[in-house]
Design a protein around this ligand. Structure first.
Ligand code: FE2
Length: 376
């Protein structure tokens, strides 16, 4: 074998030891799964997919699964006191527990991660029902978040073994949410590089972007962020840590109210952000607002875009451009009792970045919310 071929193979192996097809599902531990499911259906346009609870023989936990295009949310609550799910909710409030990753071989993915220093959450196990079998395994990430590897190539059922189809007469029309674009974690000050190294060494991810406190700061608050991506780019995990600022940053506020590290926001992609956001607003989803002066200089900053600026101004949609194109994005207010997790709606028109040009306007909008909460 020539040196060039060997180098190529090394490179290929470095890229491929953890092939991931995409996000399989996100599981949130919530205090009232039945009502949370109704919220995600009514407000965000998800549809009922699957259910697990007393009727299926699950005596401790109840889970509702809702789906929109490629996005699946599992909403889980305990049915009794003293469970680990209940303890998680007591400590953190509602939040993301599981980021499930769709792989071809969940045993191999687990072994590769463990070999490289992952902490085990769940050894590979096979579950079967009349629709086939699914292999799952799991490892810990930051805070109490876990990654579950899901191998479903031999399964034709609705969701996973143990779940039944959730039949519902109420199936709202979708709002155009298509897939998870990226999912952001907040970690403690000084821990960002630890988790960057974890994703690089244990999961084979590459760092594709980095922002320091000079990029991400206002007069008051600052944070640092690095973006980790898997080989095919379908999984992107930006990781934030707070940076010293004059006042408490949004990451500090999150860490205080979540009582630890966790998922800050889930960015979901749409092909028509003006339509999606109009639709979400009419269903009661609340978004951060941006001063209308943002739009006075928008064309100077990002050049010509396809969308009507007046529609963007009305909805508060932000725009940013990079070398490859532009993107449109907007952020919801936090979606549970505690000021912790929120959603981003994003439409990419070539751009592969994360809206650096909007950070200042965005963080000032978040500070206005923090001010109201008395947490700035
Ligand atoms: Fe984002």
């Amino acid at each position: 074998m020539s040196t060039a071929t060997a180098a190529q193979n090394d490179h290929k192996e470095a890229q491929d030891f953890m092939p991931i097809n995409g996000t399989d599902y996100l599981e949130l531990y919530v205090s009232n799964s039945k009502q949370a499911a109704h919220y995600y259906k009514t407000a965000f346009g998800f549809k009922s997919l699957a259910y697990k609870g007393l009727e299926t023989g699950s005596r401790e936990f109840e889970s509702y699964v809702v789906e929109q295009d490629k996005i699946r949310l599992v909403l889980t609550s305990p049915l009794k006191s003293g469970t680990d799910v209940g303890r998680h909710i007591d400590k953190h409030g509602d939040g993301v527990k599981v980021t499930a990753l769709w792989v071809d071989d969940a045993t191999y993915a687990y072994q590769e991660a463990m070999k490289r220093g992952a902490k085990s959450y769940m050894e590979p196990k096979t579950e079967k029902d009349e629709d086939g079998e699914v292999v799952t395994s799991g490892i810990y990430s930051y805070g109490e978040v876990v990654h579950i590897f899901v191998e479903r190539k031999n399964y034709n059922g609705t969701f996973l073994p143990g779940y039944k189809k959730w039949e519902s007469d109420y199936q709202p029309t979708a709002t155009g949410l298509k897939f998870v674009d990226h999912m952001v974690g907040n970690v403690e000050e000084g821990r960002m590089n630890f988790w960057v190294d974890f994703y690089a060494n244990v999961m084979g991810f590459k760092q594709i972007m980095s922002f320091d406190d000079k990029d991400i700061s206002t007069d008051y608050t600052a944070l640092m962020s690095k973006v980790m991506s898997n080989g095919n780019g379908r999984i992107k995990f930006p990781i934030n840590e707070p940076a010293p600022g004059m006042k408490k940053s949004q990451v500090d506020e999150y860490l205080e109210f979540y009582e630890g590290e966790g998922v800050q926001h889930i960015a979901v992609a749409t092909d028509d952000i003006v339509k999606t956001v109009s639709d979400l607003k009419s269903r009661g989803v609340e978004f951060l607002t941006i001063p209308t002066t943002y739009y006075d200089v928008l064309t100077d900053r990002v050049g010509e875009i396809d969308e009507d600026i007046e529609s963007l101004r009305k909805l508060g949609i932000l725009v940013d451009r990079d070398d490859e194109g532009y993107l449109l994005q907007i952020f919801t207010k936090t979606v549970q009792a505690r000021p912790t997790m929120f959603f981003e709606i994003i439409q990419r028109k070539g751009a592969t970045s994360f809206g650096k040009g909007n950070f200042k306007a965005l963080f000032e909008a978040i500070e206005r919310e923090q001010e109201l909460r008395g947490t700035l």
